[in-house]
Ligand binder design. Structure first.
Ligand SMILES: *Cc1c(COP(=O)(O)O)cnc(C)c1O
Length: 370
């Protein structure tokens, strides 16, 4: 057979997700997965909002019908929340899909995307899929170095991503840094602000990018229902931008990219601010608990603002394996070039305490090295 597929496809990396609970149960030969906790993918440990679960149950009887391809009610609700027009809002099958679509819209061979070296791998994969180049700019103290990212831009750059808080480092950018950056970024570069974890941040640490997104051409804010809203399994995210730019998505997205259950769940989740508040509190308490533990033990970690942290443990891969033996799934960071770090997601209080107890044991055994 002749090779007729696009030449770069076979060479693409494959996304390595957090390990599913079922996989670990199978590998460990467990009959039940009940004892396993997953603190690997920054999911909401409180689960989905009860309101979202009810809405999904009620919508199940209509799942023989195609969903509303325009996502009218959800977009309307989001437009109201941000005080923008519905035409400023696009929905995605997770914000991950929107990243892919932006790469399809802005990039092709010979062009490039600029991102921080340790940032969300979806940007890298999105650009590579359309055979564009990726420029990864070293971070400074695990933070986006926006001046260095500006330097990395050339005439072929079409997208630049700012992930705030940044996955996997958990760090944030300041309003002043972003303002200076926006003053200098050239017109031929689309700017993506990814705020997947914004709802989990203390109000005082949040910055406002909406004014840029609504006025500067080719500037987008991406958010998701996968984290604070607890709907990672249903796949819903959204983007906000100028009307003209948001219209571009409708030319490239699949006609029914958000399924009917996801649409009603997301609407109901938006109505359950109580659940979001609880999640925020759980996250803040969990971060404080881990900071205290790491400080006490002399483990070095990066001050984090999302619902996850990276901590220096010696060999991240070894510690990941040892924790898995104790039925706790975490995330090694060697894929990001941080092989001595482990990323943990914030869980419920009992889950956090279980992880701390296990890490304590591993320190005593010398598997974790301060
Ligand atoms: C989890 C995450 C997302 C959300 O992805 P979905 O496709 O919406 O589930 C987006 N960006 C970052 C940086 C993330 O960590």
């Amino acid at each position: 057979m002749a090779q007729i597929e696009n030449s770069w496809i076979a060479g693409l990396g494959i996304y390595e997700p957090g390990k599913p609970i079922e996989d670990v149960a199978r590998e460990l030969g467990l009959d039940s997965a009940d004892d396993i906790i997953k603190l690997a993918s920054n999911e909401n440990a409180l689960g989905p909002s009860p309101k979202a679960m009810e809405a999904v149950s009620a919508a199940v009887r209509n799942m023989h019908l195609y969903p509303d391809g325009g996502g009218y009610y959800l977009r309307k609700k989001l437009a109201h929340k941000f005080n923008v027009s519905m035409k400023n809002v696009v929905l995605g099958n997770g914000s991950n899909e929107l990243v892919d679509l932006l790469c399809m819209i802005y990039l092709h061979e010979g062009q490039n995307l600029v991102m921080a070296e340790q940032s969300f791998v979806a940007y890298l994969l999105g650009a590579r899929k359309v055979n564009a180049e990726v420029r990864r700019v070293p971070m400074t103290a695990f933070r986006h170095d926006l001046p260095a990212m500006l330097e990395a831009i050339d005439e072929n750059t079409r997208i630049l991503c700012i992930c705030n808080p940044n996955n996997p480092t958990g760090t944030i950018v300041s309003q002043e840094e972003v303002q200076d950056f926006m003053d200098a970024v050239p017109d031929h570069v689309a700017v993506i602000f990814d705020e997947a974890y914004i709802e989990l941040m203390d109000e005082k640490d949040r910055i406002d990018v909406l004014p840029y997104v609504l006025t500067r051409p080719h500037t987008y804010l991406l958010r998701t229902f996968s984290k604070a809203y607890g709907l990672a399994g249903l796949r819903v995210g959204y983007g906000i931008g100028r009307e003209e730019d948001i219209a571009l998505f409708n030319r490239v997205r699949a006609p029914f990219n958000i399924n009917s259950l996801a649409l009603v769940a997301a609407e109901a989740a938006m109505d359950d601010q109580d659940h979001v508040e609880k999640t925020l509190r759980m996250t803040q308490d969990g971060l404080a608990l881990f900071e205290k533990f790491f400080d006490d033990k002399g483990l070095s970690y990066v001050k984090a603002y999302g619902n996850f942290m990276i901590v220096k443990v010696g060999s991240g891969r070894e510690v990941f394996k040892a924790l898995q033996q104790r039925h706790i799934i975490t995330r090694p960071m060697d894929g990001y070039g941080l092989s001595d770090y482990l990323r943990i997601s914030i869980g419920t209080e009992p889950q956090n305490k279980r992880l701390i107890a296990a890490m304590n044991e591993l320190m005593e055994q010398g598997v974790i090295k301060a």
